[in-house]
Design a protein around this ligand. Structure first.
Ligand code: AMP
Length: 444
């Protein structure tokens, strides 16, 4: 199969040739004809599967072939993304695909001045890439009208809900024309996403290019058990031992990012960090420098790193495990992209056992553990497996008991705080309840 046989027009084929895309990826092979035929789409596709081109190419073609010229302060297609970085990245891809087409594209997001964005929108743009909050601001300030909108794309819809954008999405829904094409992309499909899809989509075609909630199989994954306080030391040790050249590291909190960057920089290691507290320009600069291999180690929170496309990234390190298990799939999706192989290493302490268990259950695999000599944890990380059970194993063979009831003592050595009962369910990803009705906002 080629892009030509999917029915794409010559200016798009020429752009793809320049980019070196030879064969459509599975998501592209399914999405392109469906979108060209005007269908709504509900697509489960991981990052790195080529989903951006899957929706952008047919969208560009439809906008070129059909519909009136864009009016002032209007957009003909809207691509909603959860983060500024992703909006920039998607916009860059769209602009590349559109290089031989007479279409205008633009990206708007918060954290930067709104005035230049308002100016730019005056003439209207064919494709607008936006984060939800800024889109609403622009709409409320009359800088943007949506009555000419033909197509809405929700990219990384699951992440938008995770980031608490359900109310924004409900507001945007009210601003849209009823007649439109809607394409929803999500790496993972929770009940909330299905609810959203039920509201927004009209007889959608479902596309699932990879098994649900399964991590990319091009990524070699393993876990190194370690005590929490020794994680920075272990990270530096592994980095030196493995001669890591370019690593994206995930930490749980903004403070965690800053602390690790400080520690690495203090050791003369070329590291930088990105998180939501940093100004957009600083985040973008750190990312650009990382992409250009001017920064060796980029430490990020999930919010800042979502959807980043970094070519040939060989290694992702989870300095902390994510609280929401689905984020693990997104994180490791930064490597092993577009057919390359990659590695994902997680430094796991006893406190994180339930998160590990939730990840293994979600990805339906038991992650290999590799003990690092001299870093064996004092607080043992209890055994886990893909069934979601935290396996409680006594350290020593049980002695016969004189009286009943005392045999389950002294197992708490594995975790800092108390025991983990074998039947205890693993942490369930905390999900926001989706409020998605057209009535007035309820006070929480
Ligand atoms: P995405 O999943 O959209 O973030 O795309 C992941 C990466 O794959 C990006 O770097 C794209 O440029 C690249 N890519 C997408 N489609 C193709 C294709 N058909 N052939 C080669 N590379 C592709």
């Amino acid at each position: 199969m080629t892009f030509a046989t999917l029915g794409l027009i010559e200016p798009l084929l020429r752009a793809l040739e320049t980019l070196g895309y030879q064969t459509p990826t599975p998501v592209q092979a399914q999405a392109i004809p469906a979108v060209l035929a005007g269908r709504d789409l509900m697509a489960a596709a991981q990052t790195g599967t080529g989903k951006t081109a899957g929706f952008a190419l047919p969208l560009l073609q439809l906008l070129t072939m059909e519909g009136p010229k864009v009016a002032a302060n209007s957009a003909r297609a809207l691509i909603l993304c959860p983060t500024r970085e992703l909006a920039e990245q998607v916009h860059a891809s769209v602009a590349e695909y559109a290089q031989h087409l007479p279409l205008t594209t633009y990206a708007v997001y918060g954290g930067v001045s709104i005035n230049p964005q308002m100016m730019k929108l005056r003439k209207g743009v064919d494709i607008l890439v936006a984060t939800p909050g800024r889109l609403i601001d622009l709409f409320r300030q009359n800088a943007l009208k949506l009555n000419q909108l033909q197509t809405l794309v929700l990219d990384e819809a699951d992440r938008m809900l995770d980031l608490g954008f359900s109310e924004e999405l409900a507001n945007i829904y009210r601003m849209l024309p009823k007649k439109r094409q809607t394409l929803l992309f999500s790496a993972t499909f929770s009940d909330d996403i299905r609810l959203l899809a039920g509201q927004m989509l009209n007889d959608p075609l479902s596309i699932e290019v990879s098994p649900r909630n399964v991590a990319a199989n091009t990524v070699k994954q393993w876990v190194v058990p370690v005590d929490k306080k020794r994680k920075p030391e272990l990270f530096v040790h592994l980095m030196r031992k493995g001669r890591w050249k370019q690593v994206l590291v995930f930490a749980k909190t903004r403070n965690g990012v800053d602390a690790l960057v400080d520690k690495l920089q203090g050791l003369g290691i070329n590291a930088d960090g990105i998180h939501g507290d940093k100004p957009q320009a600083t985040r973008q600069r750190a990312l650009d420098r990382f992409k250009a291999s001017e920064v060796q180690i980029l430490v990020a929170t999930d919010v800042a790193a979502r959807g980043l496309d970094i070519e040939d990234l060989p290694l992702v390190v989870n300095f902390d495990l994510p609280i929401v298990a689905e984020d693990y799939i997104h994180r490791i999706g930064r490597t092993g992209r577009a057919g390359n192989t990659g590695e994902a290493i997680s430094l796991v302490c006893a406190d994180e056992v339930n998160m590990l268990s939730a990840i293994e259950m979600l990805t339906r695999q038991t992650l290999t553990r590799k003990m690092e000599p001299d870093f064996e944890p004092e607080h043992r990380v209890p055994d886990t497996d893909a069934s979601g059970q935290v396996v409680k194993k006594p350290k020593k063979p049980k002695k016969p008991k004189a009286s009943g009831g005392g045999g389950k003592r002294n197992l708490g050595k594995w975790v800092d705080s108390g025991e983990v009962a074998p039947a205890e369910p693993s942490i369930k990803p905390v999900r926001k309840v989706l409020v998605f009705n057209t009535g007035p906002r309820k006070k929480k």
